[in-house]
Design a protein around this ligand. Structure first.
Ligand code: ADP
Ligand code: ZN
Ligand code: ZN
Length: 722
């Protein structure tokens, strides 16, 4: 008798045994079809064995074998096992999170081929076209090589442009056949000579033959990307593959093209959340077969299989989008560290504003710190100025000083960037008579007023409502917006600076496909302009002419109950500030605050993030907060608050567990969200090992708890929002 032990996509911390017929030959890491709870399911074989503890009359047979070679290699399975264990998540769900959708559904691994678009001889000759964007597309293919339709869309081109060029026979579709990039000499686009700091960094990285993590701590514009490029060179030249992880909104045409132009002719694949199932499967397969040399991708690219991975780069390692906030709550940077150790290759973490977790490891010499202190193309640093808002008459959120400085900058023909991390017109409407607030009916927060849409929209649950003409409570018509959002800033600044173009960049203004690219193109034409934006502006994009950055609402980060709030505020300020003065002269950064004397703010402004972060770390040490302790959260939610409280309270043991501190249950930062009440339990330990031992026990206990099916619960290890 033979048995297959399989993992299923079910929320249970266990595997299941099925009987094998003599002719069935599955493999570990391959898929089979089985019946589970009377449904046909795809399952992944995690072990083959000759004995099962399940009684013979109860054990079911494997229905069919889908793979004769593994879809998850032993090494990859080992990596995912680690992920499941570390994040206290069921193995089956973890494996199915990693697999592309098509493989989850039981599709064959080689089901699909995605064609690339390539220039025809006529296209190669074409240098003039009436349609400018179409010409740019030809230029893109000429300078950076063939690309799939989806890659071109990531680079800002549209399906219509692709179709037009196909019809004109200037481009054509082709299946990629050349898979031997490893045996060709590397062709490199032109590259700058490294400055001494960059050279030191590159030689440290390139002299490493095994596993080591490098923290490339370099201010914005100091040439981190150049260090990635020149470090990758040696890896790719030796025929090994590489993975570059970027934040959710970091996959910009500028970034992608820098890699494509540098490594001419190397197969580079992109991975992000907008791919179709077929594209995902295809890229997964190309990585696995060694057909792609380099994958640039967002968070979930960490789960791609590779034939011979030789380096991982995590750009903007501090970025919150590397942490998944539901299901398997993994951090791609932390999993990258495991993968690099497992594969014994270097890991580069690059950022201007390291996460305190990362910085601590660098200061303890567990990571090698590689500083880049100078901007690559300009000598000067930006000037920071705190604008004291106390007692100031403000105009739509701006102090007079700010408006004057903005006017002067525009008059010099330079660009101004205004940063406010809140979209919409106003965060709330208020009744002047009775104090009614436009609260979301399903969340413990207010619904944002969107003037252009005449709607109240909750940014947490997306519920929409019409804007009331009269106060629902007292009937008054005196309903007015309070507070500011980017939409209001746009309206105000368009009037205030009527002679200059105003561009708003946030999720609302860029919802339409291609609209972000259009705005960016306009901005890059240069000249005096006003840019208004949320954190979409803070990352990835380069604005050559921005000389002044005005940051409103610094204060919300200073006094928050989240212990990471100041760290995140400092990172955001530094990132936004880094947008100023990128070419040539130094820029100015104005921070509007009611607390100009706040020590952390003072430190940040006078001594920079590097200093701030080291000071903030000492504070964490004194309070024994992460990274000086380790944290996990048990979250639970249900429409019935008592049920949630009863469930969580019951998880608190009568006698304390040695080395574990429990806090709660306490309300989540948003106590009510989309109609559900939410509470949480903080679990803290000085030792990571103790935390994980405790969590494993707790997960078992929860699995058998009678209320576990009546609330939605989750375990979050190393939570980012507490
Ligand atoms: P970061 O990734 O740290 O923001 P980049 O690598 O994008 O910095 O570099 C900023 C700018 O400086 C880019 O335009 C880049 O081409 C240029 N640059 C980087 N390194 C050098 C160098 N050694 N010499 C000249 N220019 C450089
Ligand atoms: Zn009222
Ligand atoms: Zn809501």
């Amino acid at each position: 008798m033979r048995f297959a032990e399989v993992a299923l996509k079910v929320p249970l911390h266990r595997t299941f045994d099925y009987r094998l017929e003599p002719q069935q030959q599955p493999c570990v890491g391959g898929r089979v079809r089985v019946k589970f709870a009377n449904r046909a399911c795809v399952a992944i074989v995690v072990a083959l064995k000759s004995h099962s503890d399940v009684p013979a009359e109860k054990i079911k047979a494997v229905e069919s074998v889908l793979d004769t070679t593994p879809v998850l290699s032993p090494e990859h399975l080992g990596f995912l096992r680690f992920g499941a264990q570390y994040y206290c998540h069921p193995l089956g769900e973890t494996l199915f999170t990693a697999l592309p959708g098509a493989l989850r559904e039981g599709e064959q691994v080689d089901k699909t081929q995605v064609p690339v678009l390539t220039l025809t001889p006529a296209g190669r000759e074409t240098t003039q076209l009436r349609a400018k964007k179409q010409l740019a597309l030809l230029e893109q293919l000429r300078s950076a090589g063939d690309a799939t339709a989806s890659e071109l869309k990531t680079l800002g081109f549209s399906q219509a442009q692709i179709k037009a060029l196909l019809e004109k026979a200037l481009i054509k579709e082709e299946l990629r056949t050349d898979t031997h990039w490893q045996s060709r000499p590397l062709q490199l686009g032109s590259k700058p000579r490294l400055n001494p700091e960059q050279a030191t960094a590159c030689s440290a990285i390139n002299s490493e033959t095994g596993f080591r993590t490098f923290l490339l701590e370099g201010v914005t514009g100091s040439g981190k990307t150049e260090v990635y490029l020149q470090s990758l060179e040696a890896i790719l030249a030796s025929g090994k593959q590489a993975l570059v992880l970027v934040p959710e909104i970091g996959l910009t045409p500028q970034t992608v093209n820098r890699f494509k132009r540098r490594f001419e002719g190397l197969p580079i694949d992109l991975w992000h959340s907008n791919l179709t199932d077929n594209e995902r499967l295809h890229t997964w397969r190309r990585a696995e077969l060694g057909e792609s040399a380099l994958v640039i991708g967002t968070r979930s690219a960490i789960f791609l299989p590779f034939q011979t991975l030789g380096m991982i780069v995590v750009d903007e390692e501090h970025d919150g989008s590397f942490k998944q906030q539901d299901g398997l709550r993994y951090h791609a940077r932390d999993l990258a560290a495991y993968r690099a150790a497992q594969g014994r290759f270097p890991l580069i973490l690059g950022t201007a504003t390291p996460a305190l977790e990362t910085l601590q490891k660098a200061l303890q010499n567990r990571y090698q710190l590689l500083p880049l202190t100078k901007r690559a193309q300009t000598q000067q640093d930006n000037r920071f100025m705190l604008v004291d808002m106390k007692g100031q008459a403000e105009q739509s959120g701006f102090a007079k000083t700010s408006l004057d400085t903005m006017a002067a900058t525009l008059a010099r023909g330079q660009q101004v960037m205004v940063f406010l991390n809140r979209r919409g017109f106003a965060p709330t409407l208020i009744c002047h008579e009775c104090g009614w607030l436009s609260n979301c009916t399903r969340c413990s927060t207010s619904a944002t007023y969107h003037k252009s849409l005449s709607r109240l929209i909750c940014h947490h649950c997306s519920e929409q409502a019409f804007v009331p003409v009269q106060c629902p409570d007292c009937g008054s018509t005196q309903i007015m917006p309070t507070g500011y959002g980017t939409e209001q800033l746009e309206e105000f600044l368009s009037q205030q600076f009527a002679d200059f173009p105003v561009h708003r960049i946030d999720r609302d203004s860029t919802r339409r496909k291609g609209s972000l690219e259009t705005v960016l193109d306009e901005i890059n034409q240069g000249g005096a302009r006003l840019l208004i934006g949320t954190q979409m502006l803070a990352k990835g994009h380069h604005f050559a002419d921005v000389n002044l950055v005005v940051i409103l609402d610094v204060d919300s980060g200073l006094y928050s109950c989240d212990f990471r709030a100041t760290e995140h505020m400092a990172q955001l300020i530094t990132q936004v500030a880094g947008r100023a003065g990128r070419s040539g002269e130094a820029g100015t950064v104005l921070l509007q605050t009611h607390f100009p004397e706040h020590p952390l703010l003072q430190d940040l402004v006078n001594n920079g993030y590097q200093d701030f972060a080291r000071y903030a770390l000492r504070e964490r040490e004194e309070t024994q907060m992460p990274p000086y302790s380790h944290l996990a959260l048990i979250r639970a939610e249900a429409t019935n608050a008592q049920l949630v409280m009863a469930f969580l309270s019951d998880l608190v043991p009568a006698t304390p567990y040695p080395g574990i501190q429990l806090l709660g249950p306490i309300p989540a930062p948003m106590e009510r969200l989309a109609g559900k009440y939410r509470y949480q339990l903080h679990i803290q330990a000085a030792q990571r090992k103790v935390l994980h031992q405790y969590l494993a026990q707790l997960a078992d206990y929860i699995g058998q708890h009678k209320l576990a099916n009546r609330v939605r619960w989750s375990i979050d290890v190393d939570p980012m929002d507490t």
